[in-house]
Design a protein around this ligand. Structure first.
Ligand SMILES: NC(=O)c1ccc[n+]([C@@H]2O[C@H](COP(=O)([O-])OP(=O)(O)OC[C@H]3O[C@@H](n4cnc5c(N)ncnc54)[C@H](O)[C@@H]3O)[C@@H](O)[C@H]2O)c1
Ligand SMILES: O=C[C@H](O)CS(=O)(=O)O
Length: 485
């Protein structure tokens, strides 16, 4: 499959280390395939520990210079990178759809969202203020500075191939850190295109490095090498736990954005049409392959039947197809394993008494396409009520009281995003306070923005990305006590 780009040079097939584009013939290349039809869209090196070690050395050498640049300079370079991303938004979206499958409109939206993190942290670079503290001693002064943590590593998932990278790299570079990025094997081309634009924006050699290849080997080097002072990971909770344990011997700083199981609660007093619109936006975004997707829809009995009927009509109208085709709203799942998981969860639910209200089967397009689905009469003992689906399936559970809804919502080991619809202001405050999650959408199904802190509690991870907090993940404080005055 030949990608037609306005700027063909954005399609890269080499790793980016120390400002150089390099081959790595130590193992057969990784073929990048389009999930819609399986065509090969590119190939990247299957690099391992040696290349990763060289990237760490390059990042360490570059750190000395980059950390000493002014915040003003770093802000200007990041701003240029942001501008170049927007100038090449169509090409970056085409690359993303080709390797990840999401509809072009969604891919273009992600590029704008990803760029907004760079814009935000270009500004935040200049606001890493310190403190002058009133001294308890007459002859001493107390200063507190904030400094970059040093060489960082980022390991990112396939579902948002650009945004998950920029919301790590932007604060890292803004703080004065240098970084090595390992993108997902399924979606390396977006990462390499971002690196090509960063290079053009004036990011110096070694400040940003992108390594593609064997996850376990690259991860082993990134987590064990003492030069790396921080790891930022976005992905499954299982791998997050593993990487955290691998970082323990060298006590690295950690940011972990992990799995989710978002409750989406609709109370009797909700605007049902607004709730249906919010459920569509939250649940079926990226064909349900989103960590903050509504994963369990809890609907109060008074409006349950009306909500299920309206949602089912809207879901049946969603257009499924190749993400490159105009007006397609639902692309394929990323691979056969993702499809098998959806089928397994649905079979379990129906086998325990759930009812398919819309969709429920593989799409007639075949491959990894799946019908957008609504499954009703879901109960807590079904796997679909407890596991992250990562597919276009909305499980609906009935509830009677507010307390029951909160108990169900909080029963999950995850606590990333949550949503609820209510027009009762007292209930809004009660439920928002009671829900155990890092993020709460109230009368809305879309909450992600660079200006707000993104992250979870419980088994959904630790740390925050975006907002004024995001740069803190890449800085530490230094207390200076000046005596003899
Ligand atoms: N919280 C968030 O912001 C967020 C965002 C996106 C995805 N996710 C979660 O990620 C999961 C889906 O993404 P995924 O399938 O890419 O997750 P994943 O954990 O399988 O992979 C994520 C990244 O980790 C790498 N990886 C896997 N095993 C590794 C190892 N042993 N050593 C080093 N690296 C390794 C992969 O190559 C990939 O780059 C879902 O659970 C989803 O909820 C969370
Ligand atoms: O999949 C997880 C992403 O973080 C989703 S979002 O684009 O940040 O909402």
């Amino acid at each position: 499959m030949m990608l037609k780009l306005k700027a063909p040079s954005l399609l890269r097939s080499q790793i980016f280390v120390d400002g150089r584009w390099l081959d790595d013939k130590s193992a057969p290349a990784i073929e990048v395939r389009n999930p819609s039809g399986g065509e090969i869209v590119g190939a990247v090196p299957r690099a391992g520990r040696d290349a990763t070690r060289r990237a760490i050395e390059a990042a360490d050498a570059a750190y000395k210079g980059w950390s000493r640049t002014t915040a003003e300079h770093r802000a200007r370079v990041l701003r240029r990178w942001y501008e170049l991303m927007l100038e090449h938004q169509d090409d970056l979206a085409a690359i993303m759809t080709a390797e990840q499958g999401k509809p072009l409109a969604e891919a273009k939206g992600e590029i704008g969202y990803a760029a907004s993190y760079i814009e935000w942290f270009a500004e935040e670079a200049k606001r890493t203020y310190g403190d002058v503290v009133p001294s308890p001693w007459a002859d001493k002064q107390i200063l507190v500075k904030r400094e970059p943590v040093g060489v960082c590593a980022a390991i990112t998932p396939w579902n948002f191939p650009a945004a998950m990278i920029t919301r790590k790299v932007a604060p890292a570079l803004a703080a004065g850190c240098t970084i090595i990025v390992k993108p997902a094997e399924q979606t390396p081309l977006s990462a390499l295109a971002l690196a090509a634009l960063a290079e053009r924006a004036g990011v110096p050699p070694g400040v940003l490095n992108v390594i593609t290849g064997t996850a376990r080997e690259i991860g082993a080097e990134l987590t064990n090498n003492p030069t790396v002072r921080k790891l930022s990971f976005t992905g499954s909770t299982e791998i997050g736990r593993l990487l955290a344990s691998q970082c323990a011997p060298t006590l690295k700083r950690l940011s972990l954005e992990l799995g989710g199981n978002a409750p989406f609660i609709v109370f009797d007093d909700a605007d049902v049409d607004a709730a249906v619109e919010g459920a569509i936006a939250s649940k079926y975004r990226n064909s349900g392959q989103t960590c903050v997707c509504a994963n369990r829809l809890l609907v109060q009995e008074g409006i349950h039947d009306a909500f299920v009927a309206k949602l089912s009509i809207a879901v049946k109208a969603l257009k499924v197809g190749d993400g490159r085709d105009a007006d397609v709203q639902q692309g394929p799942l990323i691979d056969d394993a993702a499809l098998d998981k959806v089928l397994t969860l649905l079979d379990d639910a129906v086998g325990k008494g759930a009812r398919i209200a819309a969709g429920g089967a593989r799409h007639r397009l075949g491959g990894t396409f799946f019908e957008p689905t609504v499954v009703a009469e879901v109960t807590p003992e079904m796997r679909i009520a407890n596991e992250e689906i990562f597919g276009p399936v909305a499980p609906i559970m009935r509830f009677r009281s507010e307390d029951e809804a909160i108990a169900i919502a909080n029963s999950s080991e995850f606590g990333l995003a949550s949503y609820f619809y209510s027009r009762d202001i007292a209930r809004v405050w009660r439920v928002a306070d009671a829900i155990q999650a890092g993020m709460v959408g109230i009368n809305t199904g879309i909450i992600s923005t660079a200006v707000a802190p993104f992250g979870g509690v419980k088994q959904s991870g630790m740390g925050r990305e975006g907002s004024r907090l995001g740069i803190e993940e890449y800085m530490h404080t230094k207390y200076m006590c000046i005596g003899g005055l």
